[in-house]
Design a binder for this molecule. Structure first.
Ligand code: SAH
Ligand code: AVI
Length: 336
């Protein structure tokens, strides 16, 4: 079956977009870096390792829901064209692909498009899926879902066989701040048409006794994942961060209902980023915020989706109630 790879990002995406983020993030107060830069080859592999940690419940909880409910979800969405944002390894997606293949009528083509910024994750997933699913039309698209989302979701009229089921798993929506999320939902709503559906995996608010260890595991894998972003900046922009100058910190912010991952300077640190001609100082104890991971309630998700114009079409959780998977649709727009 056809397999295509498309690149929506310019050749110099990493350098150009990372440069802007590093310059503004390291010169702001407090200092920040956006989480999308975690996912070079090493970072994507470390994330895969995190998903196998005993403390990191979101992966197993979401997989439990998808394994139990995939047929129901696909029937409710009524689609055999899956498009996944931030697809990573696409491992959990296989439950949905199986359900799509089982329900695609004879004569119609089941299709899956993986969208991610990580070239290495996209390639590894595409190789694996091509072997597992010879009957599936496969496409991988390197794109940033915060920019050019509508283009990444577009399907040629000729390739259309019913609605699209756009999926966004893993709780990655929680890595956006409320403003980014509002923009994302508005863009997504504008790009979807009646007959399309959106399936979201979102982590739920729970005790910090469960949340904090999930982001600060005993084996130190999350710490390595967090510190690796410094190596990304070193490798891409010629910075001279020494990861030994920083320690991993995970804190639960109850007011905002999110986990924050930070890197804290263990001594006074001076960093030069050669390609940006940028010199930055960290005082001992100063923290660089590298990720938020927001946790939701059903009510909060419903309020945000309804404000963006979506209709609720399904809600599922794992047996322990740790994680949610929800389905959202868009109604026909009124003619004005
Ligand atoms: N969906 C998978 C992977 C989650 S990890 C799962 O549930 O396990 C988050 C993934 O989103 C990574 O593969 C990362 O490369 C990708 N990602 C993060 N920010 C992105 C962005 N702005 N645009 C596209 N992909 C992004
Ligand atoms: C991808 N994202 C949803 C993960 C999360 O849980 O926020 C990334 C991660 N950060 C630390 N561990 C995993």
């Amino acid at each position: 079956m056809a397999q295509r790879h498309r690149d929506h990002l310019p050749e110099d995406f990493s350098e150009r977009s990372l440069s802007e983020d590093v310059r503004s993030g390291l010169t702001s107060s407090p200092k920040t870096l956006p989480p999308k830069w975690f996912y070079d080859k090493v970072g994507s592999e470390l994330y895969e390792e995190i998903t196998r940690l005993p403390e990191y419940y979101p992966f197993a909880a979401e997989r439990e829901i998808l394994m139990a409910r995939a047929s129901e979800i696909v029937a409710a969405a009524g689609s055999h064209h899956l498009i996944e944002l931030g697809s990573g390894s696409s491992e959990k997606t296989r439950a949905l692909i199986d359900a799509v293949l089982a329900s695609t009528p004879d004569g119609e083509q089941a299709a899956y498009r993986a969208i991610d910024v990580s070239e290495s994750a996209l390639r590894a997933a595409a190789e694996d899926l091509a072997l597992r699913y010879p009957a599936l039309e496969l496409e991988s698209v390197r794109a940033d879902f915060e920019h050019g989302l509508a283009e990444a979701l577009a399907v040629d009229e000729g390739d259309r066989t019913g609605g699209r089921l756009v999926i966004f798993l893993g709780g990655t929506i929680g890595n956006q701040d409320p403003q980014q999320r509002q923009r994302f939902l508005a863009t997504l709503h504008g790009a979807l048409e009646p007959g399309d559906a959106f399936l979201l995996g979102a982590d739920l608010v729970k005790s910090p006794d469960v949340l904090v260890p999930a982001y600060d595991d005993a084996a130190g894998v999350t710490a390595a994942f967090n510190l690796n972003v410094l190596e990304v900046v070193n490798g891409r922009l010629g910075a001279d961060f020494d990861p030994r100058d920083f320690r991993h910190v995970a804190v639960w912010d109850a007011e905002n209902a999110w986990i924050e991952m930070r890197l804290e300077a263990v001594r006074d640190v001076h960093v030069r980023t050669a390609d940006l001609d940028l010199e930055v100082d960290f005082a001992a104890g100063e923290q660089l915020r590298t990720e938020i991971s927001a946790k939701f309630t059903r009510e909060r998700l419903a309020a945000e989706f309804e404000a963006a114009g979506f209709d609720a079409a399904g809600w599922w959780t794992d047996d322990a109630g740790l994680f949610s998977v929800s389905l959202w649709t868009v109604a026909a727009r009124a003619l004005t």
